[in-house]
Design a protein around this ligand. Sequence first.
Ligand SMILES: CC(C)(COP(=O)(O)OP(=O)(O)OC[C@H]1O[C@@H](n2cnc3c(N)ncnc32)[C@H](O)[C@@H]1OP(=O)(O)O)[C@@H](O)C(=O)NCCC(=O)NCCS
Length: 195
Amino acid sequence: MISAHDLDVERATSLTDHELAELCEATDAAIIEAGGFGWLQPQGREALTRHFKGLLLVPERELFVARLDGTIVGSAQLNRPPRNNEAQAFSAWLTHAYIAPYARGHGLARLLVARVEERAAALGHRVINLDVRSTQLNAMALFEGLGYIRWGTHPAYARVDGQTVEGHYYYKIIDKVRGGRRLDMTAGGGADESN
Ligand SMILES: CC(C)(COP(=O)(O)OP(=O)(O)OC[C@H]1O[C@@H](n2cnc3c(N)ncnc32)[C@H](O)[C@@H]1OP(=O)(O)O)[C@@H](O)C(=O)NCCC(=O)NCCS
């Protein structure tokens, strides 16, 4: 997609007060429009500032911010397994991805997901997992268009406005070839030298 706008996504390890204000505004705008976070009600700048400052301190979590013409308008998180979960160290979760309604349709979400995938691959992860409420049709189109495979549906995934909502679970295998060795990620598979 060619955009007349300046699109940028970066991993945030610290945020200025101004950046936090933009991020909180984008987050509340996405919550009000119903999506991207577990919150159902807007949280306000103070609570969201505490949330994001705390998030930056969690070793297993990485925050990515999306900018449209220099302004932060969305974010996503890469959640890595804790150190005691060696069996699943090859996988990571993409969570809380959203673009504020006023910045959608420019290709930012596509770029956001690509950057998270690149970072996950660079950290050695080979599988990305994610889940989406079945009502998030745009997100499902986004992820399915990027090659995520839906492997299951949780019938009692969330409660929104007094209604139970299904949730879809997806995975994607990333960067299958590393150092000339093809990694077979299917059940029972291992490293295949024949590649
Ligand atoms: C889903 C979301 C992140 C897309 O953000 P965006 O920046 O507008 O998306 P992009 O412009 O990068 O579009 C990428 C792809 O997403 C899908 N998509 C985005 N908006 C869409 C729409 N209105 N209708 C259908 N598909 C849509 C398309 O597949 C699109 O690819 P295409 O342009 O080749 O058709 C945004 O709508 C959002 O924040 N939704 C609410 C939060 C949410 O559902 N988050 C996911 C839960 S983790």
